[in-house]
Design a protein around this ligand. Structure first.
Ligand SMILES: Nc1ncnc2c1ncn2[C@@H]1O[C@H](COP(=O)(O)OP(=O)(O)OP(=O)(O)O)[C@@H](O)[C@H]1O
Ligand SMILES: [Mg+2]
Length: 208
């Protein structure tokens, strides 16, 4: 019997966001299975297989984003699911598309101003759709002293939404991520993997 995926996603070619179907995971005996439970460090993709426990449902998703418009389309979907207090890490090389995704989310929330990369200011605050957002780019963060002096610790008040580029530069200073969005640059487009680490993050992915 063919069951619907529990999260109800469908491939949406009009948006040019192409969810990646995972290859079957190899078993130790060389056979293959279709479990969505990833091995450590391995990302299970889309769609979740029917019959699996729902607790792990959609904890990881992958998307092939053909062009900038596809990144913006994903941003629009994410924006609609943001919740106060959410912490999102954005990872990937220089020019991978992290700021493009943030800009897409803010525009989708109705923010009409310019969204520029906070490369030198480290953070840019936004208010849109009744939400307070903080867009961090920590590429140039020097050390913990700079972090404390800037008062960034006080920003984490459980209400602000954090979209954080280069979180690896502030290890030990940041709260854990509800979601990690990892960009990989391809010859044509980007591969984006989204990991949800908390219940809030999982709920966001389940509806994506
Ligand atoms: N899916 C995509 N396919 C191809 N190009 C894309 C895609 N998404 C965004 N881009 C392009 O990638 C370029 C760099 O994007 P962006 O500035 O968002 O990168 P970034 O990850 O924030 O880099 P940095 O780490 O330097 O801040 C932009 O020119 C944008 O148009
Ligand atoms: Mg950027």
């Amino acid at each position: 019997m063919i069951a619907e995926p529990p999260c109800g996603q469908s491939e949406d070619t009009t948006l040019m966001i192409k969810p990646i179907k995972p290859a079957p995971l190899p078993n130790p005996d060389g056979t293959t299975s279709h479990s969505t439970k990833p091995a450590s460090g391995q990302v299970a993709g889309y769609p979740p297989q029917a019959g699996e426990g729902t607790n792990d449902c959609c904890a990881n998703l992958s998307f092939l984003l053909a062009d900038e418009n596809a990144t913006i389309a994903l941003a629009q979907r994410l924006a609609a699911r943001l919740k106060p207090g959410m912490v999102i890490y954005l990872q990937g090389d220089l020019g991978a598309g992290k700021t493009t995704l943030v800009r897409g989310m803010l525009n989708a929330l109705g923010y009409g101003g310019r969204v520029k990369s906070p490369t030198y200011t480290l953070v840019e605050p936004y208010h849109a759709a009744g939400l307070d957002l903080r867009h961090f780019d920590l590429y140039r963060l020097r050390d913990e002293e700079e972090w404390e002096a800037a008062g960034f610790r006080d920003e984490f008040n459980g209400q602000n939404i954090f979209l954080i580029e280069w979180p690896e530069n502030a290890q030990g200073l940041l709260p854990p991520a509800d979601m990690e969005i990892v960009f990989e640059i391809l010859e044509h487009g980007r591969n984006v993997k989204i990991h949800a680490n908390t219940e809030m993050g999982k709920q966001c992915l389940e509806q994506l």
